[in-house]
Write a protein that binds this ligand. Structure first.
Ligand code: ZN
Length: 697
């Protein structure tokens, strides 16, 4: 096989998986051992993808009346094998369920209602949509997973014959049908046959069982490794995905391209709601997007029904030629192709909808750029990560299936039936409803300080992804860390063109773009005019005027490329409006800042970019400014002791209140959110307890 220079070493087509069962750590039995086994299966994502698969154990328990009975413990809907604990399982009265196998049919609705009445306790989670399968398999322990190696066979056109060749009478092949009563009955009957140890579900996955939990687990691993060895042998000498067609961009070139193109890509896939992007350039991803057959394979369909609601049936494939396409051309192409993708998605829904199903968000969830990588798309960071991780599984499965045969997937009708299946949508409905700023990315400067960190907290509380920027990089990282994967700390000296651009670039490469920019970094100095040094004057103007200009200029460039509007909020000061004594350098810089906001409101309006100003006054708590000499200087200006400042400021307000960082944060949130202030720009909101001289007119 010839290799293009620079192509990463191809990953093994079907890697074996190790057994993780540790007799020293495995609980003796019962629900504890089921939790242990489930966590082991989930620990390897090539065995059980996030949220996918389910496990069960049948035990003897006493119910609330003290009666002894047979209980089926089965994974509840909406949990993940890797991390679930006992509370994720539902206990059901087995004797009430097992006789159902005598029936000829049972609708999904009837099944769900029936199972709800078999629960040991009403507050247990709704049991898995594959519960009947677990009940009908006549063994105390049952595992159902979607392993890569099994799905390479289950997703091959000639998979049934291969499974027969590999497993003989040990396995039964069940042609694809959607999970539910009929599939459960077929699996239950298959498992009763003499000598049968595995059931392979076409285009779907694996069912194993055992007299002990360890036996069921060991059988899952055995089936996977036998399938992996078979695929590896069959695929020997054949290149995955037809071999490389192009050399992928190197890391530096990819970052250069994407730092410029991602905002346009993000805008293109945020048609109905804002999305968070996640760039992926894992070796297998690069191999796939640089291959001869990747494009065609990607359009066949999902590699497992479980992926559908998270990745949609097909990804958006984007041609890219580094010799002729620049970032702008790439962005424009994604915009055009994403619009076409939505049209096709709507046509797919229209063609298969039978009962007036509401169309889901039609934007693609996986964007594959030739020779560049994957851009995963989600309504929040977690959803984007899930789309990426599931597509990694899809790439692995397609690689194996297409190396040994032709990769096949669910038909469009079968896909629709899963994607819009009420029981599958129920899983999604368990997630909390999206918050006001879900999918939005907010960059806050001066984020390590009192007002900055309060603003970050207020925006994050409404669901925004937060980029905490500060000249104190460690402080920024500390603030961002509180939000896990939804937070990013970046170093930013607002007076440096390069530093400002670099911070935005980091935000773009991490989340795809920015929607909300809160320009808040500040300093203050106080001195009579005769004693104000030129250096002090320049420093105030460098940070408060030039700094706000630079932060806004980069914001505008990015927001225009993104093409979805945006909100820029300046945190200025009462001093921007009110002429006070002994703070001319600070106050004039703040006035410049305020007027800059109004000028930019005019410039941004046509692009839907709103620019508004919040004017705090005397926010002492948590402030770095007020920890500096400014406190002494202001006290001196009013001829009072620094300790009396707080009371002094409170007393002089109309409302007789002190202003806290959280008060400013709420005002910023008002302007940040289009839902609250989408029709306001060029505005000023004073948060000063009422200072008559600052009343606008
Ligand atoms: Zn399944």
């Amino acid at each position: 096989m010839s290799r293009v220079v620079g192509t990463p070493d191809p990953a093994p087509v079907a890697p074996r998986v190790p057994s993780r069962w540790d007799p020293a750590r495995a609980p003796a039995g019962g629900l504890e051992q089921l939790v242990y086994r489930s966590n082991l299966l989930g620990a390897d994502r090539s065995v059980a993808n996030f949220g996918g698969g389910n496990t069960s154990a049948k035990t003897r328990e006493r119910d609330h009346t003290g009666r002894e009975l047979d209980v089926l413990w089965v994974k509840g809907s909406g949990s993940d094998l890797a991390t679930m604990d006992a509370s994720g399982f539902t206990g059901l009265r087995l004797a009430e369920i097992q006789p159902l196998i005598e029936r000829d049919e049972m609708s999904d609705e009837e099944m769900v209602a029936f199972l709800a009445r078999c629960q040991l306790a009403p507050d247990m989670p709704r049991s898995s949509i594959e519960t009947l399968l677990h009940a009908f398999v006549p063994a105390p322990h049952v595992d159902h997973t979607h392993p890569d190696a099994i799905n390479m066979l289950a997703g091959a056109a000639d998979g049934e014959a291969m499974v027969r060749e590999l497993f003989g009478d040990e396995a039964v092949w069940v042609p694809y049908i959607r999970p539910g009563f009929a599939l459960a009955k077929q699996v239950g009957l298959a498992a009763r046959r003499e000598g049968v140890r595995f059931v392979i579900l076409a285009k779907h996955g694996l069912v194993t069982w055992g007299r002990s939990g360890e036996e069921s687990y060991a059988r899952t691993i055995e089936a996977i490794n036998r399938a992996a060895d078979y695929v590896t042998a069959e695929a020997a000498g054949r290149a995955r995905f037809g071999g490389p067609a192009r050399t992928p961009l190197d890391d530096a070139a990819r970052e250069r391209l994407l730092a410029e193109a991602l905002p346009a890509i993000r805008g293109a896939v945020s048609s109905e709601r804002a999305k968070v992007l996640l760039v992926d350039a894992a070796p297998a991803t690069l191999e796939f997007v640089s291959s001869r057959d990747g494009r065609e394979l990607s359009q066949v369909g999902a590699a497992c029904p479980d992926h559908l609601v998270h990745t949609k049936r097909v990804p958006l494939w984007v041609p890219y030629d580094p010799a002729v396409d620049d970032a702008a051309a790439l962005g424009a192409r994604v915009r055009e192709l994403a619009a076409r993708y939505r049209d096709e998605y709507r046509a797919y829904v229209a063609a298969h909808a039978r009962s007036g199903e509401a169309i889901a968000d039609p934007d693609p969830r996986v964007v594959l750029i030739e020779g560049v990588g994957m851009v995963a798309v989600g309504a929040d960071v977690k959803a984007a990560r899930l789309a990426r991780d599931l597509y990694h599984r899809a790439i692995a499965v397609m690689g194996g299936a297409s190396a040994i045969d032709r990769f096949v997937s669910l038909s469009a009708a079968e896909s629709f039936a899963v994607e819009y299946w009420p029981l599958e949508l129920y899983k999604l409905s368990l997630a909390p409803s999206p918050r006001e700023l879900a999918g939005r990315v907010a960059l806050v400067t001066g984020a390590a300080g009192g007002i900055g960190s309060a603003v970050v907290a207020a925006l994050a509380a409404e669901g925004a992804v937060v980029v905490a920027a500060d000249i104190d990089a460690e402080g920024a990282a500390r603030v961002a860390d509180a939000y896990g994967e939804r937070g990013l700390g970046v170093a930013m000296d607002v007076t440096s063109e390069e530093a400002v651009a670099a911070a935005y670039r980091e935000a773009v490469l991490r989340y795809g773009g920015v929607d909300i920019v809160v320009s808040n970094a500040g300093i203050a100095s106080s001195a009579p005019i005769e004693e104000t040094t030129a250096a002090e004057w320049d420093r105030n103007h460098a940070i408060l005027a030039r700094g706000y200009f630079l932060v806004a200029r980069e914001a505008f460039k990015l927001l225009r490329r993104q093409g979805t509007g945006g909100s820029v909020v300046f945190v200025a000061s009462k001093n921007a409006l009110v002429a006070g004594k002994n703070a001319a350098a600070y106050s004039t810089a703040k006035a410049a800042e305020l007027h800059l906001a109004r000028c930019l409101a005019e410039e941004g309006g046509a692009a839907g970019i709103r620019v508004n100003t919040v004017n705090p006054d005397a926010v002492l708590q948590g402030s770095r400014i007020w920890g500096s000499s400014w406190r002494q200087e202001r006290a001196a200006a009013y001829d009072i002791d620094p300790d009396q400042l707080e009371e002094h400021y409170r007393a002089r307000t109309t409302l007789k209140v002190n202003i806290l960082p959280e008060d400013i944060a709420q005002a910023v949130l008002h302007f940040a959110s289009a839902a609250r202030s989408g029709k306001s720009t060029g505005n000023v909101l004073n948060v000063d307890g009422g200072v008559p001289a600052a009343y606008t007119r």
